[in-house]
Design a protein around this ligand. Structure first.
Ligand code: FAD
Length: 512
């Protein structure tokens, strides 16, 4: 009997039971605990990981020299393939796990995904080969006790299931095909040393041996656990989070393989922890008979709720039959999980730190994506052309200052403004009735249903225009005046002011 699984037998019995049936259950449990270490890290003193070059140990031997070193091997693959393949940059990618393998799966629409073939690095056939299923439609629905909820249908939104590892594997092969590129597995970031004309990155292998590599720029793509993001943002790298767990499984009796269930709330808020959580499900058909289900909730990063993935997974396995009917052939193929990060900016533009001298943060480490429906993968695909071209230009002109690098970002004023809406989805038992989030969101669905389809499509694809958002907000306030009271409870004076600043920044932004 394995030990790490036994440790959770009493505390998380449903998770224990489900993971005991998985060949790699222990391995996933270890990884989940690693992600959950995020919550402790938020409480600990911030660890320094950026040092001046003068601190580099005298006996440090430089093993390799690169234009770019990427710490983290997920979304980095998509960026690095362009930097190496299109711009001829010498790149190195390392990951403490296996590069190009994730613990999640992605949904996106095909036109959005075709941004990757537009880079010239992937053919359209290759892009189509990673789409494992395309749905006819998708819907969003929030629970009403009397069954009167509005099911809002939408097309061309998150309607393609992507085989994540296949896409990243393709990118990895293309990176490695460029002479001089290096990809290292089981290699952890330790710290870095900043010099005027380069940066030295210290990593550790699984035996604890230190290695030093030199680069023009370090790209931090270490996700939510990034120690660089933690240091640059003084220990508060996210304002909000979205803990998410689920499985790719088969054997559901009532899964519709032509439809994506983009957001599906099936109950009022759960009051068993802290200030309460409004759970939301998602259901996405994948290849063959496989079907992906997720359970998640929105929360403040510092709320008193139990936000651990371990507990959420236990709840997931306990309550999954309330969402989908498990047939006798039900089998879990693999778990999927992570903490989706979010940051609400207190300003007219980006206020989060995403760069330092010769250091730039992308993906979840930068936390600039919207957690509402679309997240980091969609953001990277959308912003890839300028995230690569601008960084190449910065290297060319040797302007790798913090000031120049922080201009190269996936910050989008519309996404920043829309992130405020997430605050309404964070349930609080002190101020909210148990069905508060559902009631409010149901009204939003009714308003969107009355408007042309582009409103819902752009809202759920992070492409909304400010004039369209204002129409939605005005109609909502007219239909459901309680939203004004809720704004007071959820945002208060400070939050409303921040929202207004975000909106003002959006109004004056060039690409609004
Ligand atoms: C269940 C789930 C479903 C999702 N579905 C979608 C979706 O449909 N569409 C969408 O757009 N987004 C989706 N997302 C969000 C998306 O997965 C993330 O935004 C994306 O994975 C972020 O990529 P990243 O490379 O920035 O970080 P990560 O994916 O977290 O990768 C970070 C990498 O860094 C490595 N690392 C961490 N610390 C170190 C260290 N010290 N040294 C070396 N390596 C390190 C990790 O091992 C990891 O491989 C989903 C997220 C989850 C959790």
């Amino acid at each position: 009997m394995s030990t790490i699984l036994n440790q959770i037998k009493q505390t998380h019995p449903h998770l224990y039971q489900a993971f005991s049936l998985l060949a790699d259950g222990e391995q996933h449990l270890r990884r989940i605990k690693e992600v959950d270490s995020y919550w402790d890290k938020l409480k600990q003193p911030v660890k320094q990981v950026v040092f001046p070059g003068s601190d580099l140990p005298n006996d440090a031997v430089i093993t390799g020299r690169y234009d770019l070193i990427y710490a983290g091997g997920t979304l980095s693959m998509l960026h690095a393939v362009v930097m190496a393949g299109k711009y001829g940059r010498k790149v190195m990618i390392f990951d403490r796990q296996t590069p190009a393998k994730t613990t999640r799966d992605w949904n996106i629409s095909r036109p959005e995904l075709l941004n990757l073939s537009a880079t010239g690095l992937f053919t359209e056939e290759e892009i189509d080969s990673v789409i494992v299923r395309r749905y006819k439609t998708g819907w969003v629905e929030f629970y009403k006790p009397d069954g009167s909820q509005k099911r809002l249908f939408m097309e061309n939104v998150l309607d393609c299931a992507v085989n994540t590892d296949k896409l990243l594997g393709l990118a990895k092969d293309k990176v490695l095909a460029v002479p001089g590129s290096t990809i290292l597995a089981e290699t952890s970031f330790s710290c870095c040393y900043l010099f005027d004309d380069h940066i030295v990155v210290k990593v550790e292998d699984t035996n604890g041996k230190a290695w030093y590599y030199k680069a023009k720029v370090l790209v931090d793509v270490m996700g939510i656990l990034s120690p660089l993001a933690m240091q640059l943002n003084a220990g508060a790298p996210q304002t909000h989070v979205c803990p998410t767990v689920g499985t790719m499984a088969s054997g559901f009796e009532n899964a519709d393989f032509d439809t994506g269930e983009i957001l599906a709330s099936i109950s009022p808020a759960d009051n068993s922890s802290g200030k309460g959580r409004q759970f939301i499900w998602e259901g996405f058909p994948a290849d063959g008979s496989k079907y992906i289900t997720y359970l998640f909730f929105y929360d403040e990063a510092d709320s008193p709720n139990d936000k651990s993935l371990l507990s959420l997974f236990d709840t997931y396995f306990k309550t999954l039959p309330d969402y989908k009917k498990l047939g006798k052939d039900f089998v879990v193929h693999r778990p999927v999980y992570g903490i989706i990060p979010a940051y609400c900016h207190n300003g007219y533009s980006r206020t989060r730190e995403i760069a330092d001298e010769r250091i730039i943060l992308f993906g979840d480490a930068a936390s600039l994506a919207s957690p509402l429906t679309f997240c980091g993968f969609g953001s990277m695909v959308r912003n890839l052309p300028h995230l690569t071209a601008d960084l190449d230009r910065a290297i060319d002109t040797d302007d790798l200052s913090k000031k120049n690098l922080e201009r190269i970002s996936a910050f989008e004023p519309n996404v920043a403004s829309m992130a405020n809406l997430m605050k309404f989805m964070c349930y609080n038992s002190a101020t909210d009735a148990p069905n508060f989030v559902n009631d409010l969101m149901n009204e939003v669905m009714i308003v969107l249903d009355e408007l042309p389809e582009r409103y819902r499509q752009t809202m759920f694809r992070d492409e909304m225009k400010i004039e369209d958002l204002i129409v939605v907000m005005m109609r909502l306030a007219w239909r459901y005046p309680k939203v004004l009271e809720a704004t007071w409870a959820k945002l208060g004076i400070q939050g409303s002011y921040e929202f207004l600043k975000n909106l003002a920044g959006w109004v004056v932004s060039p690409g609004r």
